[in-house]
Design a protein around this ligand. Structure first.
Ligand code: KE4
Length: 431
């Protein structure tokens, strides 16, 4: 049994008097799974440690960035060394192009890129760039996909929006939302129809190539190339939002895995090794539309920040140097966890559909195949909530939402797999 969350509860009460919901990001409030969110004091390897002396196997890895586990020594050392030379200059540094070269090595479709501070900024700017480059206003996204919280993209979004069961967001003018066409994922016919209705008005398609924000959902065979063909036939751009899948599913993200060449790519999470860093990039002729070269404006005080560059370089360096060992191992460990718990659920008579791609996966509490947001929504979110609470009590911290992906790091090994399966055995018999 875990130690009581007395200190965490006190901290939650104090936080609620200062931060809406006591959090800086809604999903952390545990609203959809219930129970008190533990307050974390530190993390190391595959483990989170809370203020009350409990230890948890971390299954969300800061929502993706911590692929090498927490406090990975080379990353910590790189940040420490950079911090000693000041946290930010607001001037150009060699490190920005150093990291950009590494990104380009992993993503050959990225001829030029720009660093920003969050996936939201990367996706928001990629949309603006597509609109500026094509002179068109409409954008196609997919139900359950989440591309950050910029106005144009908070339409039928996934992640926290889906978790809270809200259709979109207050504060987004109808005039803005009307330019966003939200279609079902994995349905090329719906995309063809959208272009037929607006043949010369759609600037781009933005898609999570493997959806993570509705829970994990893989593209059906031919789907991604189908999107690219339809977009290009109508003079629109294809933007792959690889904020979550970049460096996660392979060193070259989903676009290497599925052999698809987008016009623009957004990246985040792993690229900064846990520090605020993201990027967008692609064909040079499109990227050159950006200020100071072109008419599309974008800027950022802390963009390309020396600490984030140092953490990103150390992270990518380790992934690049150890690629052949890391990705097969991540796949193997994730498979052991995802299918191991699925087998326990089968034994316990609990309907569970497991979607796994590489080291990201989701256990959907439904017996339906999950290929889009509508099928993901058939999940029993109350059952997921009971499971989440039971697993947390058993020392395993799952992402606190049915509509999120879980992530495995290189720090997860046989001991962690065993701990997760033991916890699931206890949890699925009681939840
Ligand atoms: P950020 O602005 O949160 O850095 O990135 C937005 C974003 C864009 N694109 C994809 C594919 C993403 O997954 C995200 C952010 N992911 C969520 C978790 N699914 C962030 C967690 C949170 O909102 O607290």
């Amino acid at each position: 049994m875990p130690l009581p969350l007395n200190r965490s509860r006190q901290l939650q009460q104090r936080a609620e008097s200062l931060l809406p919901g006591g959090v800086d990001s809604p999903v952390r409030a545990f609203r959809s799974v219930g129970g008190d969110p533990p307050f974390v004091t530190r993390a190391e390897g595959a483990y989170l440690y809370d203020e009350d002396g409990n230890r948890y196997v971390d299954m969300f890895g800061s929502w993706g960035p911590m692929i090498l586990g927490h406090a990975f020594p080379p990353v910590v050392e790189a940040i420490r060394e950079a911090a000693g030379r000041s946290a930010s200059f607001g001037a150009s540094t060699a490190a920005e192009a150093d990291l950009a070269l590494m990104v380009q090595e992993c993503f050959p479709s990225i001829e030029k890129l720009r660093f920003v501070n969050s996936g939201t900024e990367a996706c928001m700017t990629a949309i603006r760039l597509a609109r500026g480059f094509t002179g068109r206003n409409f954008v196609i996204k997919f139900e359950g996909c989440y591309h950050g919280h910029s106005d144009s993209l908070l339409v039928k979004a996934g992640s926290g929006v889906a978790t809270l069961g809200i259709p979109g967001s207050a504060g987004v003018p109808a005039e803005t939302a009307m330019h966003t066409l939200a279609l079902p994922f994995n349905d090329l016919e719906a995309v063809r129809a959208a272009f037929a209705a607006r043949p010369k008005e759609i600037a781009c398609i933005i898609v999570e190539p493997v959806v993570g924000n509705a829970g994990a959902i893989a593209p059906l065979p031919g789907y991604l190339n189908g999107l690219r063909d339809i977009a290009h036939r109508h003079g629109a751009l294809l933007i792959l939002d690889e904020v979550m899948t970049g460096f996660r599913l392979s060193l070259g993200g989903a676009q290497r895995l599925y052999d698809i060449k987008p016009d623009l790519t957004t990246l985040g999470k792993i690229i900064g090794g846990g520090l605020p860093c993201a990027a967008f990039g692609g064909r040079a002729e499109i990227m050159n539309y950006l200020a100071p070269l072109g008419p599309v404006y974008q800027a950022g005080t802390l963009s390309g920040n020396p600490l984030a560059m140092a953490a990103g370089i150390a992270t990518l360096q380790h992934l690049i140097e150890n690629e052949q060992a890391i990705y097969p191992q991540l796949q193997k460990t994730t498979e052991a966890i995802a299918t191991g718990v699925a087998a326990i659920a089968r034994e316990a008579g609990v309907p569970l559909m497991t979607n796994q791609v590489g080291s990201m996966f989701t256990w959907f509490f439904t017996s339906n195949m999950v290929t889009n947001f509508a099928s993901a929504s058939t999940s029993d979110t109350a059952a997921f909530g009971r499971f989440h609470r039971a697993m947390l009590e058993a020392g395993v911290w799952l992402p606190p939402s049915q509509f999120e992906a879980a992530f495995v790091s290189t720090a997860h090994g046989p001991a962690e797999v065993k701990a997760i399966l033991d916890a699931a055995l206890r949890s699925l018999q009681t939840s």
